[in-house]
Design a protein around this ligand. Structure first.
Ligand code: NCD
Length: 421
């Protein structure tokens, strides 16, 4: 008698078209086929089953910023959007700039996160790169080549030195490439002008010139088709749902809810970005929550940032149901590609894969911010069609079902340089 699987997902439509049962034991996929005995089964007929997403650009906040988000609320928001791995960005208060800060961040996440997580190191003029790598940083950045909310820019010389050190570790540098022009930004059009698409392309080229070392580069939140091309020539390319689904014309001129870096672009540029879909390696949310009170101030005073970890895959799946993009592409860009780039064990349908899945109905509904889980409480994606998961599985355990969360066994994914103390 074979050992029964802990869980079998029955009648799963695999991306290549075949229907199969997926058997899971000890957090891993162990069998793809039919007829495995199981302690627990879930019938997936009529559902879209996806390997759960890795969101490689999430600001989980916490500490002094807990009114915006913390590991508890942020990880619930991730799971409710079919994301089981978040890569936390280091522009916390204080920033993740020392091994002790990184270790404290890992402890906080271990105590409070409901989903898997990894922590990036900040890149400042004095980041102890080698020590951060040994302490378990997954990657370096986002590196602020232009200032943004809670992120101070570094100079070209500092960037070149940091890239040398990061390269020596064999690690990945993730880059926030922008150029800031002169003038004020009293509204969304001015914000787009000052932090322009053309400036973004120039910043990408500048970063390339600073990389004599040949460090592996990843360009965060590319906001135009031209930026996608420029960044793709130098490294991997990330695009956010907000640059794909929102344009500045959809917001009142002085509405800070649409304020983000890089800015929302014009409707034409948004359509052009979709036309570059095949050249986008990774979709990540740049989940950057702020409280409504912080946002309800004059535009130029408001912090930049849009929440999005929960709505990322749901928005993309609505586009799949509209036959705009393929399910295979969504799986590639939200799960396989980020796992490969970062060295995280992949979730998927093959034996040996991490058994993280999200099960979605084949019907879209308008986004209602009141049903989302981020503490910030608002969503600029309100009313757009989206498909939210009915069930989410992490390491073979059901951690979300019909709106109810259950405890699982989340894991910390340390970088390849990690040396336990
Ligand atoms: C981010 C934040 O609020 O942390 N804001 C944003 O507009 N994207 C910082 C950043 O990623 O630039």
């Amino acid at each position: 008698m074979p050992t029964p699987c802990a869980l079998v997902l029955r009648n799963v439509s695999l991306p290549e078209g075949r229907v199969a049962d997926i058997g899971v034991r000890e957090g891993m996929v162990v069998h793809v086929g039919a007829g495995e005995p199981a302690d627990c089964t879930i019938d997936c007929t009529c559902l879209m089953v996806l390997p759960a997403a890795v969101d490689m650009h999430v600001h989980m906040r916490g500490g002094a910023q807990s009114a915006k988000e913390d590991w508890g609320s942020g990880s619930r928001s991730a799971l409710a959007g079919g994301v089981t791995v978040v890569v936390d960005q280091p522009n916390t208060i204080p920033p993740i700039a020392s091994p002790d800060a990184l270790r404290a961040r890992v402890f906080d996440a271990k105590d409070h996160s409901l989903c898997n997580f990894a922590i990036n190191s900040s890149v400042t003029f004095d980041t102890p790169v080698k020590a951060m790598w040994s302490a378990g940083a997954l990657a370096f950045g986002e590196t602020f080549y232009a200032p943004s909310s809670y992120g101070e820019a570094i100079t070209k010389e500092e960037l070149a030195a940091a890239l040398r050190d990061i390269h020596a570790c064999g690690a990945l540098a993730t880059i926030h490439a922008e150029e800031i022009g002169p003038g004020e930004d009293p509204d969304i059009a001015a914000h787009d002008r000052i932090r322009s698409g053309a400036g973004e392309v120039r910043a990408i080229h500048d970063v390339g010139r600073c990389n004599a070392a040949g460090c592996r580069l990843h360009f965060c939140h590319m906001s135009t088709a031209a930026s996608v091309s420029a960044a793709g020539a130098l490294g991997s390319v990330e695009v956010t749902p907000h640059h794909l689904f929102l344009s500045r014309e959809q917001f009142r001129a002085d509405d800070p809810l649409g304020k983000v870096n890089p800015p929302l672009r014009s409707e034409k540029e948004r359509r052009d970005l979709w036309a570059a879909w095949d050249r986008i390696d990774i979709i990540a949310s740049d989940h950057a929550p702020h409280t409504p009170v912080e946002k309800q101030v004059p535009f130029e005073e408001a912090p930049s940032g849009i929440p999005g970890v929960e709505t990322m895959v749901p928005l993309l799946l609505a586009a799949v149901l509209e036959n705009k993009i393929s399910l295979t592409d969504v799986i590639r860009k939200t799960s396989q590609a980020p796992a490969e780039l970062l060295g995280i064990p992949p979730a998927g349908f093959a034996p040996g894969s991490r058994a993280d899945f999200a099960l979605y109905p084949k019907i879209a509904a308008p986004i209602d911010p009141d049903t989302l889980h981020s503490r910030c409480g608002f969503s600029p994606f309100e009313r757009l069609p989206a498909v939210f998961p009915r069930t989410v599985i992490l390491g073979g355990d059901v951690v979300l079902d019909d709106g109810e969360f259950f405890p699982g066994s989340p894991t910390w994914f340390a970088g390849n340089g990690y040396l336990p103390r």
